[in-house]
Design a protein around this ligand. Structure first.
Ligand SMILES: CC/C=C\C/C=C\C/C=C\C/C=C\C/C=C\C/C=C/C(=O)SCCNC(=O)CCNC(=O)[C@H](O)C(C)(C)COP(=O)(O)OP(=O)(O)OC[C@H]1O[C@@H](n2cnc3c(N)ncnc32)[C@H](O)[C@@H]1OP(=O)(O)O
Ligand SMILES: Cc1cc2nc3c(=O)[nH]c(=O)nc-3n(C[C@H](O)[C@H](O)[C@H](O)COP(=O)(O)OP(=O)(O)OC[C@H]3O[C@@H](n4cnc5c(N)ncnc54)[C@H](O)[C@@H]3O)c2cc1C
Length: 581
């Protein structure tokens, strides 16, 4: 917090910079500095911001974002916590009517936060207007005791991020002033009348913002993992590549290069996509403040797509890096287990990935149908019904591969839409038909998202300002990324006829050559991420490569090594040994 102040970083931008520098296994203030700060900035009106932002900036108020309940996370419209307006007292009454309405999961809620943005069903004049955000004080600002009518606590140990206190929260007819409803986009006036927002999903804005932040953070987490595994692979010697010759660095094995280099490429792909979505988010935020919400659906879909892909890629990448370090990847001091446990949760939180991909698919199908009818569609999906440009690029050039992605994605959407129509004819119900096609729909969303990520990687590398040598390495890396993802998805390319079996064999050959070509660049590439040893926190990945010394030194710190004979020997082991059992 002192560093943020020193560097003049506003609270709501802190999460992007601090995530990797503070408390590797989770941070009890992360939701305060990210979602809570963002909710105030984007959902509170200017008067409310004047009231709460300075207090939050000074950490007098420490907040969280309390939306999910035990009974509902994904289905936000199904939340059960109520906020009923009482016109007599000009207050909202917050209440948790059922066990399933208990708020569950919010980061920092258990012990750290003294306030929260609570999403609750808004009732006024006898009508429900759906989930809306409210600023709610939970604890006394001086004593930190929970306030009467507020029941809260911590939910217990999790797979990871246990340095954070995830909490639960219930309200018992807890009253807050009318002016605590965040009123930038919709309002309840003193007489209880409701003023609609210009777009009914503006209250979901904090989720959209966080999804974008997650994309950025996933590239950093993966960058940490590939740094550790690549440096280790340059230090570790094992087996014989040629019988009788010295043991090579494990990085010499093609299989090891295949494990690491595509994930090094993935760091760039995610990072460049994150920058592009962040730019779009800033534009959309500026438009919204001028009352224009035209691009909000596009931002929503893009942030869902990139959050889903980047969380999945980084989680898989980190696990591959851990496995690539053999036994030493399993030890906590390698840093890899906590990287994994603090990243795999990004698949679930801020919108479970399957659910987000189905949002993307819904948009693809709607846009495809609109395009067929000649209705306007937004730029990112115009390709679904635009004519192919395949023949214009040299075969198997980068541009041709991007076009192959584009056409395969359009083809899959077309096939899936036909399947949806057939299913609809059978079921006579759109929702049942949708469910019967949802695996295919998720595949559509994944391929479209991959196409976007590949395209961003290529266009960024082509326009980046760098020396020829650096550009050439990035171009190789980008080429590897494209080919790698084509080989992983080859069925789609064969089905769309954009690539033949021969093309795929040629590309596969090229991929193996690229692995060998990029091998000498592997260590410089990860060194260029420029992580300090303190940030990596890894015995395997430190700059100086003293892997074995560090492992040995770290083992000395184990509490079990404080004494030669442990207490457990006297208490359990010795009696057991003497018991003749
Ligand atoms: C822990 C720390 C360790 C490491 C951190 C590392 C990095 C992170 C860096 C920063 C992050 C900071 C902190 C993170 C730590 C943890 C925080 C976690 C927080 C949370 O999880 S908060 C809870 C999040 N919950 C969700 O995301 C719920 C997901 N569900 C939904 O969003 C919606 O319910 C859903 C699925 C979108 C459906 O909504 P709804 O039912 O209302 O809509 P419909 O499906 O009917 O669609 C109608 C229509 O609306 C469009 N739409 C939906 N959402 C939006 C939107 N947000 N904006 C614009 N439009 C939207 C939808 O597309 C439909 O359009 P259409 O009718 O088709 O035109
Ligand atoms: C570490 C962590 C931190 C969190 N922090 C916060 C926080 O700070 N604040 C907060 O409010 N929440 C927080 N959450 C909660 C999080 O946002 C939810 O867990 C998440 O949105 C998923 O919802 P769920 O748990 O209800 O899963 P569910 O929706 O029950 O998902 C379970 C399964 O059902 C499937 N499913 C659900 N709906 C559909 C559908 N429509 N179509 C197809 N499949 C479907 C999913 O794909 C999944 O496989 C956190 C969660 C975690 C793990």
């Amino acid at each position: 917090m002192r560093k943020l102040a020193e560097h003049n970083i506003p609270l709501r931008e802190a999460s992007i910079t601090q995530v990797h520098s503070v408390l590797r296994d989770g941070n009890p203030l992360i939701v305060h500095t990210s979602m809570f700060a963002n909710a105030l900035a984007s959902l509170a009106n200017p008067k409310q911001q004047q009231q709460w932002v300075p207090l939050a900036e000074k950490n007098r108020i420490i907040g969280t974002y309390a939306q999910t309940e035990i009974g509902h996370g994904t289905f936000v419209r199904g939340l059960e916590t109520t906020a009923i307006f009482d016109p007599e007292t000009k207050e909202f009454v917050l209440h948790s009517p059922t066990i399933t309405s208990t708020k569950w999961w919010p980061g920092g809620l258990g012990k750290t936060a003294n306030a929260a943005i609570v999403m609750a069903q808004l009732y006024t004049q006898g009508k429900c207007y759906g989930p809306h955000p409210f600023f709610v004080q939970l604890r006394d600002f001086d004593t930190h005791h929970s306030l009467p009518g507020v029941i809260l606590g911590e939910i217990g140990p999790r797979l990871g991020i246990n340095s954070q206190d995830n909490g639960y929260l219930r309200f018992d007819h807890y009253r807050i002033p009318r002016t605590n409803m965040l009123m930038r986009h919709s309002q309840v006036l003193e007489d209880g009348s409701y003023v609609k927002p210009i777009h009914n999903k503006l209250s979901y804005g904090t989720m959209v913002w966080t999804r974008v932040a997650i994309v950025h953070s996933c590239s950093k987490k993966l960058a940490c993992a590939v740094t550790i595994a690549t440096r280790y692979s340059a230090v570790r010697h094992q087996s014989e590549l040629v019988p009788g010759k010295p043991e090579p660095q494990i990085l010499e094995y093609q299989t090891q290069q295949y494990k690491l280099l595509p994930h090094i490429a993935s760091v760039f792909a995610i990072l460049f996509s994150a920058s592009s979505v962040l730019r779009m988010q800033r534009n959309v935020a500026a438009s919204i403040s001028k009352g224009n919400v035209e691009l909000l659906p596009e931002l929503h879909i893009l942030s869902c797509a990139m959050k889903a892909l980047s969380s999945q890629d980084s989680t898989q990448g980190i696990e591959t890096c851990r496995l690539a370090c053999g036994g030493h990847g399993y030890i906590a001091s390698s840093g890899l287990p906590s990287l994994y446990t603090s990243t795999t949760c990004t698949i679930t939180y801020e919108g479970e990935n399957t659910v987000l991909l189905l949002q993307v698919a819904r948009y693809l199908i709607k846009s495809y149908r609109a395009g067929l009818e000649g209705l306007p569609v937004l730029p990112s999906v115009m390709y679904l019904t635009a004519p192919s440009a395949m023949h214009q690029s040299p075969p198997l050039s980068n541009q041709a591969l991007i076009e192959a992605f584009r056409i395969s994605s359009a083809n899959l959407v077309k096939e899936t839409e036909s399947r949806l129509c057939r299913q609809f004819n059978l079921e006579q119900n759109f929702h049942y038909a949708w469910n019967r096609c949802s695996v295919a729909l998720v595949h559509c969303a994944e391929l479209h998202s991959r196409y976007y990520m590949c395209e961003k990687f290529l266009s960024t590398v082509e326009s980046i300002r760098a020396s020829d040598r650096v550009r050439s390495v990035l171009q190789d890396l980008c080429r590897l990324y494209l080919i790698h993802h084509i080989t992983l998805n080859q069925g789609h390319f064969l089905r769309s006829g954009t690539l033949s079996g021969v093309d795929l064999s040629t590309l596969e050959e090229e991929m193996y050559e690229l692995l060998a070509k990029l091998r000498p660049q592997a260590v410089p590439l990860v060194d260029a991420f420029d992580f300090r040893d303190e940030l990596l926190g890894s015995t395997l990945g430190a700059w100086d490569g003293r892997v074995y010394e560090r492992l040995y030194e770290e083992a000395q710190k184990s509490p079990l090594n404080k004494t030669d004979v442990s207490k457990a020997y006297h208490k359990y082991l010795q009696p057991l040994m003497k018991s003749n059992l």
